[in-house]
Design a protein around this ligand. Structure first.
Ligand code: MLT
Length: 261
């Protein structure tokens, strides 16, 4: 699968994986902040943005292989800094566990190590069917958007919302269904977290209702060498809602990484 991607800047490679059902533009503020010192590669995961949206369930392992294929195509064989938000975090965990030699550091943002409960998996299947039947996301966008942002973001920075809604509206129904079905299949990663020994930054918005702060703290505690950062006043989209606070935490983390060749 050939993914569409952005590739900006020069320096050590930082790969950023977006959440569901978004695309790489959610990282625009990080691309701007990092690209003076880093090569920032932000793909559209399969089914999202400008990448192809084939039929079938997109497992997190499969999406991780797509990213490895992209890095191979770019001839980036050395380990990268890999960051992912939510679904992008599920994919990052899969990639770090399946290809530890490709990851020199990990940034897990507003994401989860747990699998779906049977109820959550059933709800995803229901949404997948509804979106495919309707041929679009119109009926589900409002409910999804309500859970993505902190309440204060809706009040104080309402202009942040429409660009995210627009991206969702453009996401193909096939892509949405594939990602929902793939997320429902993802395993509980908690038993394997201790295998991830590279430097890790775990970030959460304190108003995130999808990956709550306590769960993210437990995720950080389960990983040797993880740093934990809370972004105050942000929801599930902390890098997008509070780019200054997020970027300074990320840049600080990157600056402290051991040098690599
Ligand atoms: C995301 O932001 O990627 C989604 O909330 C992930 C999920 O539905 O589990």
């Amino acid at each position: 699968m050939k993914l569409s991607y952005g590739d900006e800047g020069t320096g050590p490679a930082v790969v950023l994986l977006h959440g569901f059902p978004l695309d790489r533009t959610m990282w625009d503020a990080q691309v701007r902040a990092l690209s003076p010192g880093y090569r920032v590669i932000a793909p559209d995961l399969r089914g999202h943005g400008r990448s192809p949206a084939p039929d079938g369930a997109y497992t997190m392992d499969q999406m991780a292989e797509d990213v490895v294929e992209l890095l191979d195509g770019l001839e980036i064989q050395g380990p990268v800094v890999l960051g992912g938000l939510s679904m992008g975090g599920y994919v990052s965990l899969a990639l770090a566990l399946n290809h530890p030699e490709r990851v020199r550091a990990l940034v897990l943002t507003d994401t989860r190590a747990l699998a779906d409960s049977p109820e959550a998996a059933a709800a995803r299947e229901q949404t997948a069917r509804a979106v495919l039947k309707a041929g679009g996301l119109d009926d589900v966008i409002e409910g999804m958007v309500a859970r993505l942002f902190a309440r204060s973001t809706f009040h104080d920075r309402p202009a942040l919302v429409p660009p995210i809604q627009d991206v969702m509206e453009r996401t193909s129904p096939m892509g949405v269904a594939g990602a929902l079905r793939g997320m429902a299949l993802r395993p509980d990663r908690r038993p394997r977290l201790k295998e991830i020994t590279c430097p890790t930054l775990v970030v959460v918005g304190d108003c995130d209702v999808i990956s709550p702060l306590d769960e993210m703290k437990a995720l950080a505690d389960a990983m040797p060498g993880a740093r934990f950062q809370v972004i105050r006043g942000a929801g599930h989209l902390s890098p997008y809602e509070s780019p200054d606070a997020f970027n300074s935490a990320l840049l600080e983390f990157l600056k402290d990484l051991p040098p690599h060749d």
